[in-house]
Design a binder for this molecule. Sequence first.
Ligand SMILES: Cc1ncc(COP(=O)(O)O)c(C=O)c1O
Length: 389
Amino acid sequence: MNSLITQINENAAGISIPGIRVFANKVNLLPDGINLTIGEPDFPTPEPIKQAAVAAITNNLTGYSHNAGLLSLRKSVSRHFHQSYGFAYDPEHEILITNGASSGIDAALRTILREGDEVILPAPIYSGYDPVIRLAGGVPVYLDTSDTGFKPDPVRLEALVTLRTKAVILNYPSNPTGATLDRDTTDRLADVLSRHDLFVISDEIYSENVYSGPHISLASYPSLRNQLILIHGLSKSHSMTGWRVGFVLAPRFLTEQILKVHMSNSICASLPSQYAAIEALETCRDIPKEMNKAYIRRRDYAHRRLTEMGLDVELPTGAFYLFPSITRTRLGSWEFAEKLLDSQHVAVVPGGSFTSYGEGFIRISYATSMDTLVKGLDRMETFLHELQP
Ligand SMILES: Cc1ncc(COP(=O)(O)O)c(C=O)c1O
């Protein structure tokens, strides 16, 4: 073995491939495989957005932009959030355009974390935060939400705050549970968080995918304004996962620091993608509502089918995931997902890949066609019948 392998940073070597990828890779090898793991919209990027990028390329708008992103895009972002959620961020000093939400999360964490700093995260939670916290020297501290409807209990959250706590990461609407926050919980969370000297990173990338009531953004709380880093992007709302456009909104003293990390890593976001993003925000504001009509039909169908199969499952109010309990089967979530894939060629994500608090659940994505969903759920029903003695 090459001895240099021992020289690799332990934090990088320790990253494991997320459960989503493991099962997606396996199912893709099966000609009749049904993939219910996918966390991206199945709709094509809308035509005007694609044409805006084509025009940018044709007109040779293919170089670097300002490190923070095109000012015209930052102005569109600022207007969009003001019109949609009522809060204002200054496009010149308080908004950064990043390579997807992921690079914004990474830049923000590497800007604020010191070795040994703790980051509190309600769990089960998206598996993308843990590795970047660890790479930045931080320590994830998970708050169990599996017995509080997958919403963080503010009192329990406060009990986890120590002298080492540097940040809290919140992700509502939630991947993987589909939970959203109600006004009362958000009020109480804002109250607790604003009393502590810590950063709040709120990843609201699914805010356009909310199916009951308005999305309540943590950025709408003036009491959090000085400590909040809002993460967003167009991957989910406008079916633009491959375009890599994300946003970081934060007070100036933070964006000035995060910008240096972002520019050291990637200089700027792709320029044609930034022109496409302006089009998305300026002329395609109703696209998410159209997509939501399809998501709601699929969600209701899948929820009914799972309930009829005897699985305990909350009706999700946001994002595009269902998170049914599989404890009835007495199988662990990895074992369940492996057996389902082996016997029925259907891939789902084990809840245990979203921290141990997701154990006993599986994640099913309904960002896939109704036809795929019907076939996948038919096969899951057969699987559950066969499991019974
Ligand atoms: C909660 C959450 N944040 C961030 C991302 C990554 O977004 P992007 O593709 O814009 O980097 C995802 C992708 O699944 C996600 O679910």
